[in-house]
Design a protein. Structure first.
Length: 341
């Protein structure tokens, strides 16, 4: 009972902080609005009441709200994916980038943007479809090579091949950018991560994928706890190691594919956030993974806020902000871990 009360208390705390960050991010921008006005606009939108006069409602509902929602969903998805990968591979440096999945998704999205690949009636869906397709193809390539080299699909083999594949996709991406013509500036900015122009359609696609994939990952929390004591021990307690590995890897690939298609490549979110949350709630994945959702959402919303307000009216790539913050935080975490040992 005490453990359940502790979990509920923490979830309420994390949820409340995330909601507060959400309201601040929607209220703040090149034109700052009172939080009370923001709350009034959002409540009126939900209840169907008449909006107050002025520019507050159009600014919030047409521009900021979809962008902040997308930032929250991308942050939550990347963070839970990183937390699941770190637990699965027992490696603190594991996330979608380590596996090469992010690089593959970026490659698919850049191909779609460079050659104008679209789906009739759904222009954005072409980029999303290509990003997800190449994320899955990248995972298949990496797992196939790992299987040929090591039938047990060991952690070290997967990570090593993922790093090599990331280098390969980075080279191909650079080559494609040189042929992008007039779209070089847009693609380069997108590669550094950007949520500019996010829409409610983007938010809906992210929400559907997050609901499905995050649900699958949360259902694997017990098995991920077993992986913490080693694959052999996990196998001895009845965990189907190969099935869980494939399930988590494929699920994370789907999440990353959708996130990359909306926001570009955003680094360090899935790497640093799980470490920060782990310091608060501990290593138990039944607590860690849900808390990571809130932590990742808050982190990326705040990073996006800094990106669009620090040098206003100029906007910075959000990937630059997360990398700067993430690098510093990761060094602090790394030295604390070394000092603890």
């Amino acid at each position: 009972m005490r453990s359940e009360a502790f979990k509920v208390k923490n979830y309420v705390l994390f949820g409340g902080l995330t909601l507060a960050v959400f309201c601040v991010c929607v209220s703040t921008g090149s034109v700052s609005l009172p939080v009370s006005t923001t709350a009034e606009v959002l409540i009126n939108a939900l209840t169907g009441h008449t909006q107050p006069e002025g520019m507050a409602a159009p600014i919030i509902l047409s521009s900021r709200l979809p962008r902040v929602i997308c930032a929250a969903l991308v942050g939550a998805s990347l963070s839970i994916g990183g937390g699941a990968m770190q637990g699965l591979l027992k490696n603190p440096l594991a996330d979608g980038t380590t596996l090469g999945v992010s690089g593959g998704a970026s490659l698919g999205a850049i191909l779609a943007m460079t050659f104008g690949i679209t789906i009739p009636g759904l222009p954005f869906a072409g980029v999303m479809a290509m990003a997800m397709l190449f994320a899955f193809l990248s995972l298949i390539i990496i797992l196939s090579l790992a299987y040929r080299l090591d039938y047990s699909l060991s952690t070290n083999t997967i990570i090593l091949l993922g790093i090599i594949y990331s280098m390969f996709t980075a080279s191909v991406n650079a080559l494609l950018v040189s042929f992008a013509g007039e779209r070089v500036k847009d693609i380069t900015f997108w590669l550094m991560g950007s949520l500019a122009g996010s829409s409610y359609i983007n938010a809906l696609a992210l929400a559907v994928m997050a609901l499905v994939c995050c649900g699958i990952i949360l259902c694997c929390a017990r098995e991920l706890n077993a992986f913490a004591i080693g694959e052999d021990n996990a196998r001895n307690v009845g965990v189907n190691v190969r099935r869980i590995k494939l399930t988590v890897l494929i699920t994370v690939a789907a999440l990353i594919g959708v996130c990359v298609s909306v926001s570009g490549t955003i680094g360090f979110v899935g790497l640093v956030t799980p470490h920060m949350v782990r310091m608060i709630v501990g290593p138990n994945h039944k607590r860690l993974l849900p808390a990571t959702l809130f932590g990742g959402a808050s982190f990326l919303m705040l990073a996006d806020l800094v990106a669009r307000t620090l040098l206003s009216p100029r906007e910075l790539p959000i990937g630059v902000i997360t990398s700067l913050i993430g690098a510093v935080l990761f060094l602090v975490i790394f030295f604390r871990m070394r000092k603890g040992r």
